[in-house]
Ligand binder design. Structure first.
Ligand SMILES: Nc1ncnc2c1ncn2[C@@H]1O[C@H](COP(=O)(O)OP(=O)(O)OP(=O)(O)O)[C@@H](O)[C@H]1O
Length: 328
């Protein structure tokens, strides 16, 4: 098991730090929602803040934005201390909140325009930015619709357009894909990558490890308000002892064959269900050839063979002993 102390704070490779949080503590009465959290985010990163429900992600974001008082800690954004009245800094930040926050009585276009107007007073410039934001999230055909007429996925896309229309250089997205259909989810993820390519630094909170793995160069895993591990996805996977998961399609397999696979040095568990032998390995070289060799020695015929590398879910499971989607 990795030593959490060793990974509590991560230092990005670039010298230009856009967000710096050190020793942040936020309590709600007896609940320590954020517990001595430190992190640095470099310009141009997509930084993943992940953890199960209630692990403290939203509280961290709200402290960063100075929407909440906190008990202890220092927060700097663009190199300057962040304060409730840091309007110059806030202007350069785009927020996509977890709860969709739009005006029901305004159309899609009017919504995007009114959020953009908070930062950009010139209407001609705004027209351009609103066009761009609507095109960016693919809502051109829905510009005249009111939010109530939009599906959940389209509503989420509107929420994003409202947060990014003023072209902020730091974008904070708090679980932007919760409860969206796969098509909208993909479109949102593509959009985030595009925003990043165009120069935005992005903080992305999620409890979907697959998304984080796809998007983020560095990740901090939170649990009970604390950083339990941080680093690049590859670094995080190297921290744990879990290796690949090998699945072998086979009609029948004897107890002796299962036992001989189980006895291999890097095999942690073996399970045979519905014509598939599932073998969980620890880190080690040549696991696949060793498993197939053991089956061949036991004269087991097999068909499809699948080898899946460990995921960030495995990292979370190994560090905390719980599945990421556990809500306890
Ligand atoms: N206003 C509040 N009053 C009391 N406790 C709160 C409040 N807001 C959050 N908490 C508690 O603080 C802890 C962290 O919550 P937070 O919402 O930051 O977690 P999260 O990781 O963002 O979870 P989710 O994904 O569900 O939003 C939880 O135990 C939560 O119950």
């Amino acid at each position: 098991m990795p030593n959490p102390q060793a990974t509590e704070s991560i230092t990005p490779p670039s010298s230009e730090t856009v967000v710096s949080i050190s020793n942040l503590v936020k309590r709600y009465g007896e609940v320590v929602a954020v517990d001595h959290l430190s992190l640095d985010i470099a310009r141009g990163e997509i930084f993943g803040l992940v953890g199960p429900n209630g692990s403290g992600k939203t509280t961290t974001i709200n402290c960063l934005l100075q929407l909440l008082d906190y008990d202890h800690g220092q927060i700097k954004v663009f190199g300057e201390p962040m304060r409730p009245d840091s309007y110059g800094i806030k202007r350069k930040i785009g927020i996509v909140p977890q709860e969709v926050a739009v005006f029901d009585e305004l159309t899609v276009r009017e919504n995007v325009d009114s959020f953009c107007a908070l930062y950009v007073p010139q209407s001609s410039r705004r027209r351009e930015l609103v066009d761009r934001a609507i095109e960016f999230v693919g809502l051109q055909k829905f510009q005249g619709f009111r939010p109530k007429k939009l599906s959940g996925g389209l509503l989420r896309r509107l929420n994003i357009a409202c947060g990014i229309a003023h072209q902020p250089s730091l974008i904070i997205m708090d679980e932007p894909t919760v409860a969206v259909d796969p098509q909208s989810r993909n479109s949102i993820l593509d959009g985030i990558e595009r925003l990043n390519r165009e120069g935005a630094t992005i903080i992305y909170t999620s409890h979907y490890m697959e998304e984080v793995e796809r998007l983020c160069r560095r990740v901090l895993i939170m649990d009970h308000g604390r950083s339990v591990a941080s680093g690049t996805p590859d670094e995080l996977k190297a921290l744990i002892g879990t290796g690949e998961r090998i699945s072998v399609e086979t009609g029948a397999v004897s107890e002796a064959a299962i036992e001989s696979v189980r006895m291999l040095p890097h095999v942690r568990s073996v399970e045979f269900t519905e014509g598939m032998l599932h073998v969980q390995c620890s880190n080690g070289a040549h696991n696949l050839s060793e498993v197939l060799g053991a089956l061949a020695r036991e004269h087991v015929d097999y068909g499809r063979v699948l080898s899946e590398p460990p995921t960030l879910n495995d990292v979370f499971l190994e560090i905390t002993g719980r599945e990421l989607r556990d809500e306890s």
